[in-house]
Design a protein around this ligand. Structure first.
Ligand code: PMP
Length: 357
């Protein structure tokens, strides 16, 4: 750090993203990307004309993209905000709805960025422990007087709350914003987007990074009441009005024109998850009940950090969190069937060798 950085960042611990090796030598099951490429329409759309148009700024209102999202989710265009990855929607939500007076509350085991945003913006935050079985108790979030942020399904557990449970949290926090991060909802969770029509304090955040195969393009969105979306726009137009670049907007529009391609991919991923879970159980793993495109699994024979290291030596990347309560676990992204077969073979070998490879 230089001697010039503001003292207000002294305590800030930056987010550490999963490894992104730039060679292709790994079976990459560590950052919950889709194993499938974008739909053919997306590839066709990024053509010479689109590239030539890069000389022009993008539409700061992202009208076409917002219209298409509004149509798909049955809301008005004024209820949709698009962002540079869903990380940006989350960042703006923390910035807009919390400060040192209005704190934020989220689970102790969840998406690691929540804590970073809270620290970055000087927010008084509280982390509520998950229950022993790693589930969220909705009652823990009733009437806290703070912005509530919950990933549903949660990460890295993959466990989902039901819409009725989330509705109760919203009802019990009428004077605070409830942010529901649905990054993984398309893999078996139930979205609470319909509740945004009923509650003006609900903001639902989603992404194109997982089920829509666009992690590298950085596109996310938030759906909520007109007033909440206006608040996010206030932040956006005070930081970076052109937050969505032209190529990403074009790719996003083409993506939304091919819903059946992406629905089929989700079905394949759910089926591959079921297959992988069954194989892992046979190898002595126990898992949370994941509704996401990953499994959260611990072995009865070996610690998470050893398994992570031995898999990496075999060219397979998974995610291990060296944190209390979850260090025995691995978070394993669901890849193609062939990738999961490679994983199961490697684990069979590692565990039958008692760890010596
Ligand atoms: N929310 C959760 C729970 C996530 O795991 C991620 C992915 N790291 C994100 C949000 C952010 O994803 P993106 O910015 O790629 O949309």
């Amino acid at each position: 750090m230089s001697r010039f950085i503001s003292r207000r960042f002294d305590a800030l611990k930056q987010y550490v993203p999963g490894e992104q090796p730039q060679d292709q030598k790994y079976v990459k099951l560590n950052t919950n990307e889709s194993p499938y490429p974008p739909a053919p329409a997306v590839i066709d759309r990024i053509n010479k004309a689109e590239v030539e148009n890069l000389k022009l700024y993008s539409d700061p209102d992202c009208r076409v993209l917002r219209e298409m999202l509004a149509l798909q989710y049955g809301v008005g265009m004024e209820n949709v905000f698009v962002s540079n990855g869903s990380d940006e929607s989350l960042s703006f939500a923390f910035m807009a709805f919390s400060d040192k007076d209005t704190g934020a509350v989220f689970p102790d085991i969840s998406y690691g960025f929540y804590k970073v945003y809270a620290q970055l913006y000087g927010i008084d935050y509280e982390m509520i422990p998950l229950k022993e079985d790693l589930t969220i108790d909705p009652a823990d979030y009733f009437g806290r007087g703070k912005t509530v942020v919950i990933a549903n399904p949660n990460a890295p557990t993959g466990i989902a709350l039901k819409p009725a449970q989330i509705e109760e949290i919203i009802q019990k926090n009428p004077d605070n914003v409830v942010v529901i991060d649905e990054a993984y909802v398309d893999f078996g969770g139930e979205s609470v987007v319909p509740l945004t029509k009923k509650y003006d304090n609900l903001l639902v955040v989603q992404t194109f990074s997982k089920s829509r195969s666009m992690a590298g393009a950085r596109l996310g969105f938030a759906i909520g009441s007109k007033a909440l979306i206006a608040d996010l726009n206030k932040i956006k137009f005070s930081t970076n009005p052109y937050n969505i670049n032209r190529l990403t907007a074009a790719a996003g529009e083409a993506t939304l024109s091919e819903p059946s391609y992406y629905n089929d991919n989700c079905k394949k991923i759910i089926e591959t998850r079921r297959w992988t879970a069954e194989k892992l159980s046979k190898l002595g793993f126990t898992m949370t009940d994941s509704s996401a495109n990953f499994l959260f699994a611990k072995s009865d024979k070996m610690d998470g950090s050893d398994l992570y290291r031995l898999l990496k030596e075999k060219g397979i990347l998974v995610r291990h969190f060296d944190a209390p309560r979850i260090s025995p676990y691995l978070r394993i992204t669901i890849g193609t069937m062939a990738e999961m077969e490679t994983l199961i073979c490697a684990l069979t070998e590692i565990l039958s060798n008692g760890g010596s490879v």
